[in-house]
Ligand binder design. Structure first.
Ligand code: URA
Length: 431
């Protein structure tokens, strides 16, 4: 069968065989297939979906497209964490030093911005000098020196995912369940930590907008992890508005530092604590005492000490005054009175990408000074002329009026008080 015939099969809603999926993944990993062909099959998968069997094969083929680090053999107690992508989602930056502060080694293979969401690696690289490129030995060394390592996928880890991740980002094929599962789990299994805490985002700023969709993703990710022998829990969390007020890179690092120092956004702190608590429970700890230790680490300065060590070990300079600042800040004002009843998280995320927090083209550079700060939360009463958000403008040339309109239109005001979604929905069986 030719590759166009394989694309046609999926376009027409048929299931692919393992060998056909393997050809797709090989072609993505070794450059043997044209970008157009990969993109066409991605779109067909996005529209037609995949069976659980096809999804498992896709994940395995993506995993086997590269090397595996078998981290659990070297550091059995190491924990990995991953989010399915949201906005104002600064959790990973806090999670790593927090867990290190309570004595649990953290090893994450993180990603860059995808679609409307901002990536952990892009945020960390906003710290002057911070290095994310390490091999297995480098990661083990980081774990020994500071108890936490956050690294980029190397060329040899799940190389098919590197190509497909970048292509999905520019072809509107990010939200597909099998593509998300293959992408996340191929990297997680290639790293090979024994414990994995998953944050599955649900809402307007997530790739899965509804609770049934998020639940389906949480179950699929967890089941692939558990079948591979990983102790894994997936917690579904609310993403109907930004988790923390800042969307961007340098501004999110500042937001993380606030939480690490025991201050800052309560929802961001709470979701981080819940995911960390879940990881400690997976490692055999009692939930109540785990929670107490984590809260203490944020409040008594030990997470802040761990953050400094974490940044220095990755060659970064932890002085927050060195983080990029916006060149100019423009307030986005409310037009009418009312209550904030909805936030279009995807539009807000895209506006943040526009001003520099992400890439509009594969080769675009991040503008660390750019971003958005959201000043209101769902349910807040809003007066006309009240600032809803601040647009942080860096060096990247942007169509300022269009961005401001987009940000304003992302907020819906009405007269009735909205139903407040819970911040944490819980594990799939609790939802
Ligand atoms: N994170 C990933 O690594 N991949 C996805 O597809 C979504 C979030």
């Amino acid at each position: 069968m030719t590759f166009p015939e394989i694309i046609g099969k999926k376009r027409d809603g048929e299931s692919l065989t393992r060998e056909e999926i393997a050809r797709f993944v090989r072609g993505a990993g070794n450059g043997g297939l044209a970008g157009e062909q990969l993109a066409a099959l991605l779109m067909a998968i996005c529209i037609r979906g995949m069976t659980a069997e096809e999804t498992a094969w896709l994940t395995e083929e993506m995993l086997q497209s590269g090397e595996m680090w078998h981290l659990a053999d070297a550091v059995p107690e190491a924990v990995d964490k991953h989010s399915t992508g949201g906005i104002g989602d600064t959790v990973s930056l806090i999670f790593a030093p927090l867990m290190a502060a309570v004595g649990v080694p953290i090893a994450m293979m993180a990603g860059r911005g995808l679609g409307h969401s901002q990536g952990t690696l892009d945020k960390l690289e906003a710290i002057p000098g911070f290095r994310v490129g390490w091999d297995r030995g480098g990661m083990l060394d980081l774990l020994e020196r500071c108890g936490a390592a956050v690294v980029a996928q190397t060329d040899d880890i799940a190389p098919a995912d590197r190509t497909l991740y970048a292509l999905r980002d520019i072809t509107a094929t990010v939200p597909s369940l099998p593509l998300i599962v293959g992408s996340i789990m191929s990297k997680k299994l290639a790293l090979g930590a024994g414990t994995l805490s998953l944050d599955v985002k649900c809402g307007s700023g997530a790739f899965r907008k509804t609770l049934p969709e998020a639940k389906e993703l949480a179950e699929a990710l967890r089941s692939v992890a558990r079948s591979a022998g990983v102790a894994c829990e997936a917690v579904i969390t609310e993403m109907d508005q930004p988790l923390g007020p800042a969307l961007g890179t340098a501004c999110e690092v500042r937001q993380a530092i606030e939480i690490i120092e025991g201050r800052g956004s309560a929802p961001l702190r709470e979701v981080t604590l819940r995911l960390a608590e879940e990881a400690l429970v997976l490692r055999g700890r009692d939930r109540t005492s785990a929670r107490a230790d984590l809260e203490k680490a944020l409040d008594d300065g030990s997470a802040a000490v761990a953050w400094e060590a974490f940044v220095r070990a990755h060659c970064g300079n932890p002085d927050p005054d060195l983080l990029a600042r916006p060149r100019r800040v423009v307030d986005v004002l409310a037009e009418g009175p009312g209550r904030l009843t909805a936030v279009d998280g995807e539009d807000l995320g895209r506006a943040a990408v526009e001003v520099g927090a992400g890439r509009r083209r594969l080769d675009e550079v991040i503008d660390y000074g750019g971003g958005i700060e959201v000043l209101v939360r769902l349910g807040d009463p809003i007066e006309p002329g009240q600032p809803l958000a601040r647009v942080l403008l860096g060096e990247r040339p942007v169509d300022e009026p269009a961005v401001i309109d987009k940000v304003r239109e992302a907020f819906t005001l009405a007269h009735d008080a909205p139903e407040q979604p819970p911040l944490v929905y819980g594990t799939p069986e609790l939802t």
